[in-house]
Design a protein around this ligand. Structure first.
Ligand SMILES: CCCCCCCCCCCCCCCC(=O)SCCNC(=O)CCNC(=O)[C@H](O)C(C)(C)COP(=O)(O)OP(=O)(O)OC[C@H]1O[C@@H](n2cnc3c(N)ncnc32)[C@H](O)[C@@H]1OP(=O)(O)O
Length: 192
């Protein structure tokens, strides 16, 4: 766990430069997988997070808390908030760097309660890259991009080979994207 005051990223890094084919600032990012709990449109009780590219190595996302996301009555469940940040941070990594990567570590600070009906505005920024390690952090603000911070998160993503998904995941679902076990997609475009 990163202690308060501990530097972030926790190691020397290179700047995280967006891929030349990364979507331009202002681009709305679609659903990357329709069954994704974070963004998928076929998951009724999912988070239905919507994201777009901002200036700098930043992706902004909105997550509206519904009754399906409660922990205490009327308040968002902390684990679901962490899930929302995983999605928002992963969207920044995947869309800006266009490298298949997975979350290795995710830290969250819950600063304020997040009521049902509120919308978290999450700004996720790539902080640096060290080999396969990608450091990324985010703030989530209540009900407006300049609202009070409710949640902060930092994460380490690790770039993996495409075989990570074919070995450990659902091969049939990957086939629907046109991905075979032997073939890595040229541009890792996993939008259905
Ligand atoms: C092109 C078109 C784009 C399309 C647009 C895509 C959009 C896309 C949006 C996605 C949005 C969804 C976002 C959700 C993303 C998930 O939720 S992914 C699911 C949750 N995560 C997982 O299941 C990962 C499970 N863990 C693993 O598979 C393996 O542990 C890992 C993470 C791959 C690492 O294993 P490994 O490959 O053997 O690598 P390993 O040598 O252990 O670690 C590499 C480095 O990371 C460090 N490391 C690893 N774990 C840790 C840790 N926990 N703490 C600190 N350091 C660590 C190691 O120390 C090592 O450091 P160095 O020695 O290099 O300095």
């Amino acid at each position: 766990m990163t202690k308060p005051g501990q530097s972030w990223p926790p190691t020397d890094t290179e700047p995280a430069v967006p891929h030349e084919d990364a979507p331009a600032p202002g681009s709305k990012l679609g659903v990357h997988y329709s069954h994704c709990f974070g963004c998928g449109d076929e998951v009724e009780a999912g988070l239905h997070i919507q994201s777009s590219v901002a200036e700098g190595p930043v992706v902004v996302s909105q997550f509206t808390v519904t009754e399906a996301h409660q922990g205490a009555p009327g308040l968002a469940h902390g684990g679901l908030l962490a899930c929302a940040f995983d999605e928002a941070l992963g969207s920044a990594v995947g869309n800006l760097l266009r490298k298949p990567s997975v979350t290795a570590k995710l830290e969250t600070d819950f600063v304020r309660p997040v009521p049902v009906g509120s919308t978290l505005h999450i700004a996720a920024e790539l902080d640096g890259v060290s080999g396969r390690k990608i450091y990324v952090s985010a703030d989530g603000r209540l009900d407006a991009a300049d609202g009070p911070v409710a949640v902060r998160a930092r994460a380490l993503f690790v770039t993996v080979g495409f075989e990570h998904f074919t070995t450990h995941g659902d091969k049939d679902a990957l086939h629907k994207f046109g991905v075979s076990d032997k073939e890595r997609p040229k541009d890792w475009d996993i939008n259905p």
